[in-house]
Design a protein around this ligand. Structure first.
Ligand code: ADP
Length: 470
């Protein structure tokens, strides 16, 4: 049964293709050599035949019918015989052994193949000076030329077989070597699982496509490992964050079970604590769900044109309602139009204001302002709080990151607020800048891009640089 070619390994396919190509190349070469040699030898034979006619014919033209020159061409396997115009045989050269017909009316050049001989022959009509007419029949036996052609056919055939074997062997060895990195790659890929993301493919210094494939593969596993680690960390942080409020709720339920039902004060205290922890859990799960949805690539953005200053005013009024211990200031009164998801911007403001409130001592100032820029709009939330240490500034946007446990013992927080804030800003194509000094306060400045303004700015730049607009 012939195996399905598509299912055969690449190694064997390459070997097969090498060998077939080699045979085709050899055949073309061999046929070319054989035909050239044959044409050359046959032309040469015909030339010799013409020369013999010239020489012997010269004698006959002067009426000399002796066979002086007829033996001269025996070495070239050229034989001849002479007849007069009455078909009388005058002489034959030595070695003329061919049973050929003599026909004075057939003066055409001929190729005759008998059982053992390949003959090229022609009969020439030669009028002599003495008034007689002679017929010279010349025969060239091609056996030595044919022997030579047989020999080269045999040699070339043998070489072709030898070459075929060598090319099959070399093709197999080379394709095996070439395929080795792919075999390694496959093995490494088979060994990689969620429990073993450490495995990598060894990279050789060849710089070829396979090396590039190996590098790409390793990079892909790096990214997979990073994503997997993040995922595992995320799950462990999330469960850890949920465990604390659950433990508090459990503690209060036990307390109520034992004493609280009769004691009015303990009852109220427990209800308040359980409510607070349940609120915390709700907030935390909402944030986790938001992060997971955006991570999954779900389009959560519903953009429309709105007034940023109005959104800020609304958030400040809300903050003033729940917090009377800080002074909230609305900086600037001008209208700023932005194309954003209003719900998300309100959530963003809540995160910044929550943090400002948590980390600003009582009586401190919290101000929010916004203004237009030439390529969009900016919004700033500033407080006079405890500030963020310089070494922590680059980490505060990481998920579950909190600066220092000791300074935050009194505040509830999961370290997800700023991660969500950054995500919201990123979804709008904007940027966040943080400036903070410990003991002085913090500033969070958010930039929202405006596509129309950006396009206008580029056009203006092109005009000022005299670049044609297309
Ligand atoms: P959380 O959701 O717990 O408030 P965030 O991700 O919002 O956490 O903030 C991360 C950390 O950044 C906080 O633990 C806090 O230490 C620091 N931080 C954020 N905002 C401020 C601020 N306005 N003043 C001082 N520290 C801040």
């Amino acid at each position: 049964m012939i195996p399905n070619f598509r299912k055969i390994s690449i190694k064997f396919k390459l070997t097969f293709v090498y060998t077939v190509l080699f045979i085709v190349a050899m055949l073309i070469l061999d046929i070319g050599i054989f035909l050239s040699a044959r044409i050359y030898l046959y032309n040469k034979a015909d030339e010799n035949l013409q020369m013999a006619e010239k020489m012997v014919g010269e004698l006959l033209r002067v009426g000399d019918t002796t066979d002086r020159y007829s033996g001269l061409y025996a070495n070239d396997n050229i034989y001849m015989r002479v007849y007069d115009d009455e078909n009388n045989h005058i002489y034959s050269s030595q070695g003329f052994i061919y049973s050929l017909e003599f026909n004075p009316n057939d003066l055409e050049f001929k190729q005759i193949s008998t059982e053992n001989h390949d003959l090229r022959t022609q009969t020439f009509r030669i009028p002599s000076k003495d008034g007689n007419v002679y017929f010279l029949q010349i025969v060239k036996d091609m056996y030595s030329e044919n022997d030579f052609l047989h020999l080269i056919t045999l040699v070339m055939g043998g070489m072709c077989f030898l070459g075929m074997g060598t090319s099959a062997f070399m093709g197999y060895v080379f394709s095996k070597r070439m395929m080795q990195p792919i075999v390694d790659l496959t093995k490494a890929a088979e060994n990689i699982s969620s429990k073993n993301l450490e495995e990598r493919i060894e990279i050789s210094g060849s710089g070829d496509e396979i090396q590039r494939l190996a590098i790409t593969f390793n990079n892909m596993i790096d990214r997979l490992q990073e994503a997997f680690n993040k995922q595992t960390q995320f799950v462990s942080y999330a469960s850890h964050e949920l465990r604390t409020p659950l433990a508090v709720i459990h503690g209060y339920i036990n307390l109520l079970d034992r004493w609280g039902k009769q004691d009015e004060k303990t009852l109220q205290e427990s209800i308040n604590a359980i409510k607070t922890e349940a609120d915390n859990m709700e907030k935390l799960t909402e944030r986790l769900l938001f992060l997971a949805r955006v991570d999954r690539g779900v389009n959560v953005l519903k953009k429309r044109e709105c007034f940023l200053d109005k959104l800020i005013l609304h958030s400040i009024e809300e903050a003033r309602l729940i917090d009377e211990k800080h002074v909230y200031i609305l900086g600037g009164r001008s209208e700023v139009v932005v194309e954003v998801d209003a719900g998300m911007i309100t959530q963003l403001l809540r995160i910044f204001l929550d943090n400002a409130r948590k980390f600003t001592p009582e009586g401190g100032y919290i101000s929010v302002s916004c203004w237009e820029t030439e390529d969009g709009a900016k919004m700033m939330v500033r407080d006079t709080g405890i500030g963020i240490p310089e070494e922590s500034i680059h980490s505060i946007f990481d998920r579950f990151y909190t600066v220092d446990q000791s300074r935050e013992r009194s505040y509830s927080g999961s370290g997800l607020g700023l991660a969500i804030a950054e995500m919201i800003v990123n979804l709008h194509g904007g940027k966040i800048e943080v400036r903070s000094e410990v003991g002085v306060g913090s500033e969070f400045i958010v930039w929202f891009p405006d596509q129309k303004k950006q396009e206008r700015k580029i056009q203006e730049q092109q005009i000022s640089n005299h670049i044609p607009i297309d």
